[in-house]
Design a protein. Structure first.
Length: 521
């Protein structure tokens, strides 16, 4: 029986902040002793909570399965002295766990499994996972007893809020992420202020708008700054994946009528609910950048607990949705003409954030416009959290042992460079009904699985979402950009072919189940 937790549950703001500061210093000591090598005994506690605006999260189909994205961190169990505790809202399918354990080349699955603890809160509500854990004292105690030495442990989450800070304090281990008191640097308004501080070019615009009147005033100012401006964009401060954006087409006279034709990034959004959210969280208005050829590159960065800044990767973002602003996936690396500029700009922003005490992973989105042979880049926003571009690179680095080459921006292995295309949402109605067993079988029979011999192949994540929602995450890894794209397209072709008849249907007249491709009885 798990004993009653022997620690106070009602923390005052003062005691919580004081304890959190002590834990931050503990993380610095831990990092100094355990890195750059990864052969010491430690425990990584992963609570993959998306502690974001619930209305924005509701726009993502099967959003609870995003918790499976960080299962790539099971690769840390290659260290035979490491332990990993992973918490989810709903149970993991046993085959999903086996899928990741088989990636641990050279480590017996039974040995890794003995050092892995999976805890489930059995709560599929829309509340953030961290909140669900905090509401269950005995789950917190189960996590605590799974940590042999709290001086050699840390907490990993998707993003940082006061909920994650409280959980870290109650567990008695440091949060490996940004201090929640500093997350304002990752809002749309905070990003623009930091761009100016770091000397990074950004679109003309205005921060901290909250009402329709604020938006109209900002639009009028933009028109005076950019007389020929045709479109502008409104962005919610705490939205993500571009789903809180709304494009405004400017008329000859900027009036309230302009807001009647807002083009939302998500088709289900309404004007009334959008401006309710704007009042609650604030936002920005900025010029909509257009050009003959535009791209949406990003740079991923990391600031370690000692304040050192690292470039993790660059990507070309693949965007979609009604206004072409919703994140759908990415290609690694970013295009060569501006790849190293992204490295430089990322370092400048990282140094600025480090001066403010920010640590952890973050990314910066840009808009690139070609002008003749040259490219003009403007910084759009900082994401102070993990994102859809985080786990593909983590997986590639852990699986291959390669490193990002700062001179070229390429990822180099002992067998040459590697490239990838990734998405969290390869989806089709015909995929619904596939079980994890079906997906693994299809991948294996068609020779798509990742190979340690070639360091190429396909990795899947969010496997648990495929049966209900017909969507799954994919990372296609190749040894050339063309080969990578062909591999990704082959994944789509294979899944489409294997499910081309769609789910089976019931024949009410014969009371028999008719399977795809079968003839009538």
């Amino acid at each position: 029986m798990i004993p009653k937790p022997p620690f106070p549950w009602e923390l005052t703001p003062e005691t919580e902040h004081a304890a959190f500061e002590v834990l931050k210093r503990q993380l610095v000591r831990f990092w100094t002793e355990n890195y750059p090598g990864d052969d010491q005994a430690y425990t990584s506690v992963v609570v993959p909570s998306f502690t974001l605006d619930s209305e924005e999260l509701a726009k993502i189909r099967g959003c609870s399965f995003l918790e499976e994205r960080l299962l790539f961190l099971l690769i840390r169990l290659r260290n035979p002295r490491a332990r990993l505790v992973y918490v989810t809202s709903q149970p993991l399918h046993p085959l999903v766990l086996e899928y990741y354990l088989q990636l641990l080349a050279g480590v017996p699955a039974s040995h890794a499994r003995a050092r892995f603890t999976h805890l489930c809160v059995f709560d599929t509500s829309s509340k953030p996972l961290t909140q669900k854990v905090l509401e269950r004292p005995r789950v917190i105690e189960r996590i605590r007893v799974s940590i042999p030495d709290k001086r050699q442990a840390y907490l990993t989450t998707f993003n940082s809020t006061p909920l994650e800070r409280k959980l870290a304090v109650l567990l008695g281990i440091p949060l490996n992420g940004v201090d929640p008191d500093l997350v304002h640097f990752g809002t749309k308004s905070g990003s623009r202020r930091l761009f100016r501080e770091a000397g990074i070019a950004l679109p003309a615009g205005f921060e901290d708008v909250r009402t329709e009147e604020d938006v109209l005033s900002a639009l009028r100012e933009l028109r005076s700054l950019r007389p020929g401006l045709r479109r502008a964009v409104v962005k919610l401060d705490e939205s993500f994946s571009g789903e809180g954006n709304a494009v405004v087409t400017l008329r000859e006279t900027v009036s309230e009528e302009c807001l009647d034709d807002l083009a939302f990034a998500v088709s289900t959004e309404k004007r009334s609910t959008y401006f309710d959210k704007l009042r609650r969280m604030g936002g920005i208005v900025e010029e909509f950048l257009e050009g003959e050829e535009t791209c949406s590159p990003s740079v991923q960065m990391r600031i370690n607990p000692m304040g050192k800044v690292f470039v993790a990767s660059t990507h070309e973002q693949i965007l979609g949705g009604p206004t072409g602003q919703v994140y759908k996936g990415c290609r690694f690396p970013a295009r060569q003409p501006y790849r190293l500029f992204l490295h430089l700009a990322g370092r400048q922003l990282g140094e600025a954030l480090a001066r403010h005490g920010v640590t952890g992973r973050f990314s910066v989105d840009f808009l690139a416009r070609r002008q003749g042979r040259d490219w003009d880049l403007k910084a759009l926003e900082i994401n102070l959290r993990m994102g859809g571009t985080t786990h593909p690179m983590l997986a590639l680095r852990f699986l291959t042992g390669g490193e990002l080459d700062p001179g070229t921006g390429l990822f180099l292995t002992h067998d040459g460079p590697r490239y990838y295309r990734a998405t969290d949402s390869l989806e089709s109605p015909s995929y619904a009904g596939l079980l994890p067993e079906d997906l693994v079988e299809i991948v294996t029979l068609n020779g798509l699985a990742f190979s340690y011999q070639t360091f190429t192949g396909v990795l899947f994540h969010m496997i648990g979402a495929i049966s209900q929602f017909g969507k799954v995450g994919v990372v296609a890894i190749g040894n050339s950009p063309e080969g990578t794209e062909a591999l990704y397209e082959r994944v789509v072709e294979v899944l489409d072919r294997e499910t081309r008849y769609g789910p089976c249907t019931a024949d009410p007249e014969s009371a028999r189940v008719r399977f795809p491709g079968s003839s009538a009885a």
